[in-house]
Design a binder for this molecule. Structure first.
Ligand code: HEC
Length: 121
């Protein structure tokens, strides 16, 4: 009994460290102003797929892990696609835990899963 309780709480702890906090993410999304380029609903400002410095693609509904991966890559100048320089300046100071929180929030913005630009499925 004690052992399974302990296992369960350990499991909870590890799940928590993976999943970001949606409420915190919402605040950070506002603070960093992701909406400037991705719109407040995360549906993007690029029209007809025309992405530009200030016109980001839809991000609502992307997998949280993919968001973390891409924001981290943009932050570290590792993402080799065009038009990320302005976003880089915006996300430069985010800590890894904050990126996780934002990712959880952005993922929650759409119930329909959205496939990212660099994602295969
Ligand atoms: C100054 C404009 C700007 C801001 C602010 C901005 N982004 Fe972006 N973002 C872009 C552009 C433009 C792209 C597409 C870059 C490219 O061409 O590869 C992009 C790409 C992305 C991608 C990758 C999408 C994909 O399908 O691969 C994610 C995820 C993302 N942004 C999340 C965010 C989050 C979260 C924030 C706020 C913390 C944010 N962005 C703030 C402009 C911005």
């Amino acid at each position: 009994m004690m052992k399974s309780l302990l296992m369960a709480s350990l499991l909870l702890l590890s799940v928590n460290s993976f999943a970001g906090d949606i409420a915190k993410g919402k605040k950070l999304f506002k603070k960093v102003n992701c909406a400037l380029c991705h719109n407040a609903d995360g549906m993007g400002k690029a029209k007809n797929g025309k992405i530009a410095l200030l016109k980001g693609p839809q991000i609502a509904g992307l997998d949280a892990a993919y968001i973390v991966e891409q924001v981290t890559a943009i932050q570290g100048k590792k993402r080799k696609t065009k038009n990320t320089s302005m976003m880089m300046a915006k996300v430069k100071k985010l800590k890894p835990a904050e990126i996780k929180d934002i990712a959880a929030y952005v993922n929650s913005l759409s119930k329909t899963r959205f496939v990212g630009m660099l994602q295969k499925k």
